[in-house]
Structures are given as structure tokens and as C-alpha cells.
Write a protein that binds this ligand. Sequence first.
Ligand code: PLP
Length: 492
Amino acid sequence: MRAARSARLPGLFVELNAGRKRPMFRQLYDSIRRAVLEGRLHAGAALPPSRGLAAELGVSRNTVTLAYDQLAAEGYLQGQPRSGVRVATTLPTRPFTKAQPPSPARGRRTPRVSTRGSAISSLLEVGWPPPVGSPRPFRPGVPALDLFPMRLWSRLVNRRLRQPPAMGYGDAAGYQPLREAIADYVGAARGTRCSAEQIIVVNGSQQGLDLAARILLDPGDEVWMEDPGYPGARAALLAAGARIVPVPVDGEGMRVEDGERTAGSARLAYVSPSHQFPVGVTMSASRRLELLRWAGQSGAWILEDDYDSEFRYRTRPLASFQGMDQDGRVVYIGTFSKTLAPALRLGYLIVPEEVAPVFRVARAASDRHSPVLEQAVLADFLAEGHFARHVRRMRGVYAERQDALVGAVKSLLGGVMEIGPTGAGMHLTAWLERGADDGAVSAQLAAAGVEAPPISRYALVRPSRGGLLLGWAAYSPEAIRTSVERMARALR
Ligand SMILES: Cc1ncc(COP(=O)(O)O)c(C=O)c1O
């Protein structure tokens, strides 16, 4: 059998190859369709009768009729394969043909971006956003994805598909039953004081940070940022045109006094008080009061990022800023990325009553609202007690995984690293000897297949001591031990 058959007709060159995966009738369909779209076969042009074309191509007549039928069904041809087929006089809306990506423009000037655009591009240097895809030890910030309650979740999804929520536009502030379930949950778990009307459901903390920064700040406003601190927050603040004022962090959290000294009239302070990112300290009660006093007196905002507060291992959590706030100066940010999974992209803000309408309309102006079906499933998950059970279970698993990490580091790397606070969260800081270059150590570990971002990556002012961030939540105790062994070999 000949592999290739061809026919040359006016405006149409057809070559069919029996060796290709694509069926012959599809190859013929492609050739004719291309000729029509490129104008080589113009409107009204006659195509050869199916029998003649089949003979010329050496294929069965059925191959030609199938191609003609398909093209007629899509509106490219009209008439009957046996009685005469023509190119349709009105063609279907022309789809885009797959274009080649433009080749990297040589000599083309980099397009000018705004001042904010160039400020935010500085985050590329710190590797933010962090790597995506399957995590490997010890990438921080990832929960135990292997223990996500997938069977239960899919049961709830299926139930919701049978009894769906209204599928028109939803409330920009979020699906009401979810807002109510969140208000109940954070009130009990974090001591917040709010009604469901103050909850704005967002696509993860990141959108909450972005909304808050745009609504609360004017370009050029000064903002206190924990140093070292969370690059995601820095990104959102820079994108809103804020001037970042680094405020050092010590064993009690942000040094409020330093902030007041350098930028007393700043408009906002960003803090992660339950488990400071990245250092891991918990902000002391006296620092919290200091910060609240400053915000109350100066009329500044406090942006409280409570990203992994559900995970405390030995001590009771301190109540949230939001619950202590008397002056309506706190915007609280919570996320389901750590308690459930980052891919859900669901989180929430608790905003003071007076600004809730502005947040709602700003959310609508940005992307209307989060997907309603997912919100409804999450509302069920919370209201039926599954969330509380899952978090309780994860707390046990994470304590075990943390023990595995701490034990392995102490026994294999005891002389090289000193472990920071371990009372909370999903990652810890392993401090290196004074003077050690944490960037170089991190690069050495990366070459050995271990991810351990250096603390200096998150710092605006060079830290006095280098360290590594080690996440443990996503990895089994065995994987943790193997990876610590690998670290020890690499650093020997
Ligand atoms: C400090 C901090 N805040 C918030 C988040 C969560 O971000 P999102 O809710 O956008 O997934 C993270 C994740 O790593 C984080 O480290």
C-alpha cells in the first residue's frame, strides 16, 4: 500500500499519508478547510464529486464523504457529496489559527512599565512567587496534600452538583452561608469579633492583601513591613504604590518602637503575629498592645495576616488583633491554603463594618466574586464539622512531622544549625553559625536536591544572622529523615 497519496485540484493540493496517526478523512478535511480559510478555494467554488476525488486519491469513497459531511456540518461546504458540493457562500466565523509564538524580539526595547511595575519586579530577585507543582522537602508553605480529604470533598461536590446553589452572579462579598460559617469559626478559633457582614470571601490571602492595599493606601504612603517578612505582602503593597519601611523583628515580633522612630506617620503596618513569616516568633501581648496604641493614635491600619494560626503545638494561641481592636483599625486576613489546600484559592478578610461596602464594591470591580460552587462546598465542609475535624487531625500529623524534623536536625546537623521557635506553624527557621552565607548554603542544598530557602531572601536589611526555612507539613517522617541525611551529606 502506498503511504502517501496526493491530488492536485485548482486551489487545492491534497496529500494524505496512511502512516500518520490522524485518520485519512481528517487529513482530507484539514486540507480542504485550510484551503477555504486561506481563500484558495473561494466562496461558491465547486469541489470534485466524491467518487472522482476518491479515485484520484486512491482512497475509499467513504473517506471523501466523511470529510465533506464534516465540513458541511461546520458550515464550510454546502450541497450533497453525490450531487455536487460547493464552498459555502457564508463561512462560519473564522476561528483563530494556531499562531507560532513570536520569536524573542531582537533589538526591541523592553516595554516601559509603571513605577509600581518596576518596584514590584524587584520581587523576581527573591524568587517570588515561589516554585509551583509537587513540593519536595523542605519547601515551606505547603500543607499535607496527601492527606487532603479528597473522598469526602468529592462527596460534598457531588451533592452540591445535584442541589446546586444559584448559578447566576453571586454576592461580591461571598456566598452568604460561607460568610456565616467563617464568622462562627474564626470567632471560636481566633477570638475575632465580627458579624458575617464583615467577612469578604477572597481567592486566598493574596487577593485579600491586594484589595486591602489598594483600598487603604494612596501611592507613596509609608507602610511598616516586618523585616524579614512575607514577599507576597510586599508584592501587594508595592503594587499599590506603597513605600515600604522595613521594621526589624526580634523574639517578640515586630519592634514597634523602631517603626515609630523611623516612620511614625505610616498609614499601615503589615504583621503576621501568630507565627511571624519567616522567623516563626509569636508577637508578644505587650507588642500587640503597643501596635494597637500606635494605630489608634495615628489613625493607621493594621493588616493582620493569620495565615497558619490553626497550628499551635504546645501553647494556647493568643487572641487575634482583630478581637482586641476597639478603634476599627484592623483588617484580618485568613486563608484555607494552609488548613486545606492552596489550589482551592479561598480565603477571607474581616474588615471593619464601615469599610465593608467599599471592599465589596472593589471586589466586584476586580473579578466580581469567587466561584460559587466551591464556596458552597466549603460552607458545607465548615458547617458540618468536617473542617474542625480535619484541622484537629492535621495538628497531630504536623506535630509528628515536626518532631521528625527537629530530631533529625538535632542529631545530624546539631553543630551546624540551631533550631528557631517550634511552637506553631508549618515551617521552622534553622539558624546557621554567625557569619555563614545562608544564600550559598541554600544553593549548595538545592544542588543536592533539598529546598531550603535562605532567610536573607526575605530580608530588606541584611540580617545579622543567616538561616534556612524548613517546611515540614507536606512531607512524611521518612522523607524528612532522608532529606536531613542528604543535607548533612551535602554540608559535610
Ligand atoms: C505569610 C503568608 N501569608 C499568607 C500565605 C497564604 O497565601 P494564599 O492564601 O494566597 O495562598 C502564605 C503562604 O505561604 C504566607 O506564607
